[in-house]
Every structure is written in structure tokens, then in C-alpha cells.
Ligand binder design. Structure first.
Ligand code: HPA
Ligand code: ZN
Length: 335
């Protein structure tokens, strides 16, 4: 089963590019850019990755992002992730970035987007990996800052397909961003939002009702509301679930407690994703293996995660058909 998982074509839909900053690159960039970080070695950095909740992670994540200064840094970060995609047989990826984490430090929006986009372009031509870019608003910042970010995105609409919502869920309800999302939709952006990661199932319903989103990031607490699960199944509303993230941020105590496979078997359009792999100890294959070892599945069930992700992705129907065919051929060959 391990080999089946390793070579299975995969589609990633929940990946923060800043969360792919490996300690080695963090140290290199801190030296290259003369930015002080409170660590002297890779081992010290890894030792600091002991999280007890979402906030304890976010503090370290934003601190790590401080070493990203120049366009080349954003390129290097994204290129390193794409090389990992190739290793994990990720054939399509939809990447989040947090512009405010950088513009708040005086880095230009253009610098961030251009660096990431140049790497994604190269990923397509040299690795054959397709991608989309989604910009997230930081929910701990105010509505005005989100609106300013939306204005800055205007010049890059050709590179950004959608908007999302991340950072501290508790205390920052979806309602705070209702008007920004309305405006983003008016401007033609697709929409997603983190909800029901640390916050209750009602946060998922609220995000669906107020923000008009087409998929939910995390959403694992949906199980607390049977009516909501019925709606997710009936309307094929996808959840981009991140198993190792949930484990590391103590959303679940152990993988055996995770509901992802139960949700799959109930017919929810759940997908497997790595979220912030440099911080949570695993990329896509690691996430699939962790789920399968706690909840053994057959090959059809495992491949269903890829079929779900294709359906939930923002690529056109022709491209979805190409990816489905690739996955079906793989499954047929290995049944
Ligand atoms: N949740 C909220 N915000 C985030 C996450 C997450 O899992 N990763 C990066 N920013
Ligand atoms: Zn996330």
C-alpha cells in the first residue's frame, strides 16, 4: 500500500507557501538578508516546533516568514516546494500565500507575487506541475487591511485565482470579512476560507452562509453537526483536510481519533493536504501514509482522495478530465 500511495497522482489544495520554509532555507535566508532569528542551527529551529495549539504555531510561522525579503527568496521558497511536489507525485497544487505577513513588514506585494509566480511558471514548463495561486487575508488583522490587500491584488488578477481566510480562527468570525469577500466575488475571485479547525461547526456554517465560499479549509469539526454533514454530502461542498497539521496543533490527540476516513465513507468530498509541511513534519505522501496507518483503506478509497481533490480544484473541466483519466489509469493498473 505504501508504494501505491507513493506513486498515486496527487492534487494538493491546502498549502501555505510560507509554511514550506524548511529550517535549512530559513537559516540560509537569514544570513543572506542579514535578518536575526533566535536560532543558530537547524536542530534548534526544529526543537522550537512543539506546538500546543494554532496560535503557538502561528507565532513561529510569522517569525519564520521574516527572513523572506527579496523576489528571489519567494522564488527559492516556491521552487523548493515544487521539487518536493515532484518527489511526492503531486501533479497539481493550489497554493496559499499571506501577502499581509510581508506587506506589514514593508515588502511590496509585487515582490511576493512575482517571486512565487515565476517559480510556478517554471514548475509548469520544467516539471509539468500545474498550479493556482490563492491569496489569504489574515483574520487577526482588520477589514481595512484586507480591503487594502484586495486593491493591491488588482494588478495581479492574471496570477491570482481566488481569495481565502487564514490565521487565528477563534475571536475572528467570518462576519468580519463579509464585505471584503462580497467585493472579491464581484471582482471575479473564487473564494475559500479556513473554518472549523479550532472553532466549532457553527463557524463552518457561518463561512458558507456569509462568505459564499466554494470549499472549506479544514472543516473537521463539521462532525459535531449532523445536519451540516448532510448538507456537505448533498451539495458536494469540499473540505481540504490536513491530517498531520491537525495532529501537531492538537486538533486531535492521535491519528486514530481523526474523522477524515469516516467522512470519506459518509460521502463527504474530503481531500488530504499538507498545510504547512515544513512545520508539521510531512508533505503529501506523509499525510496519506499517516491516515492509512491509523485507518487502513483499500486502493479505491485512497484514490478517492485524489478524485475528490480534482473535483474540488479550480481547474477547468477539460483539465479535470485529464487528471481524472490519469488517476483512473493508475488505479486500473494497480488494482
Ligand atoms: N490555520 C490557520 N492559519 C494558518 C494555518 C492554519 O492551519 N496555516 C497557516 N496559516
Ligand atoms: Zn491552513
Amino acid at each position: 500500500m505504501k508504494e501505491f500511495i507513493q506513486s498515486l497522482p496527487k492534487v494538493e489544495l491546502h498549502l501555505h507557501i510560507e509554511g514550506t520554509l524548511e529550517p535549512e532555507l530559513m537559516l540560509e535566508l537569514s544570513q543572506r538578508n542579514g535578518i536575526n532569528i533566535p536560532f543558530d542551527s537547524v536542530a534548534e529551529i526544529r526543537d522550537a516546533y512543539n506546538f500546543h495549539n494554532l496560535q503557538s504555531f502561528l507565532d513561529i510561522y510569522f517569525q519564520g516568514a521574516n527572513v523572506l525579503i527579496n523576489e528571489q527568496d519567494f522564488f527559492d521558497l516556491t521552487w523548493a516546494y515544487l521539487l518536493r511536489c515532484r518527489e511526492d507525485n503531486v501533479v497539481h497544487t493550489e497554493i496559499f500565500f499571506d501577502p499581509q505577513a510581508h506587506t506589514e513588514r514593508g515588502i511590496l506585494f509585487d515582490t511576493v507575487v512575482n517571486g512565487i509566480h515565476r517559480a510556478l511558471d517554471k514548475g509548469m514548463t520544467e516539471l509539468g506541475i500545474t498550479s493556482k495561486l490563492i491569496m489569504c487575508f489574515l483574520r487577526h488583522l482588520d477589514e481595512e487591511s484586507a480591503f487594502e490587500t484586495l486593491v493591491q491584488a488588482q494588478a495581479h488578477k492574471d496570477k491570482i485565482i481566488g481569495v481565502g481566510l487564514d490565521s487565528t480562527e477563534i475571536g475572528n468570525p467570518a462576519s468580519k470579512f463579509e464585505r471584503v469577500f462580497k467585493e472579491a466575488i464581484k471582482q471575479g475571485f473564487l473564494t475559500v476560507a479556513h473554518a472549523g479547525e479550532e472553532g466549532p461547526a457553527s463557524n463552518i456554517s457561518e463561512a458558507l452562509d456569509l462568505l459564499n465560499i466554494t470549499r472549506i479549509d479544514h472543516g473537521v469539526r463539521c462532525s459535531e453537526d449532523a445536519e451540516l454533514v448532510t448538507k456537505l454530502v448533498a451539495e458536494r461542498i469540499p473540505l481540504t483536510v490536513c491530517p498531520l497539521s491537525n495532529l501537531k496543533l492538537k486538533v486531535v490527540e492521535h491519528m486514530g481519533q481523526h474523522n477524515i476516513v469516516a467522512l470519506l465513507r459518509q460521502g463527504v468530498c474530503v481531500t488530504i493536504n499538507s498545510d504547512d509541511p515544513a512545520y508539521f513534519g510531512g508533505y503529501m505522501i506523509d499525510n496519506f501514509l499517516a491516515v492509512n496507518s491509523a485507518h487502513p483503506m483499500n486502493k479505491v478509497e485512497i484514490a478517492q482522495f485524489t478524485f475528490n481533490a480534482i473535483e474540488a480544484s479550480f481547474v477547468c473541466q477539460n483539465e479535470q478530465a485529464r487528471l481524472r483519466l490519469m488517476t483512473q489509469q493508475y488505479l486500473d493498473l494497480h488494482q
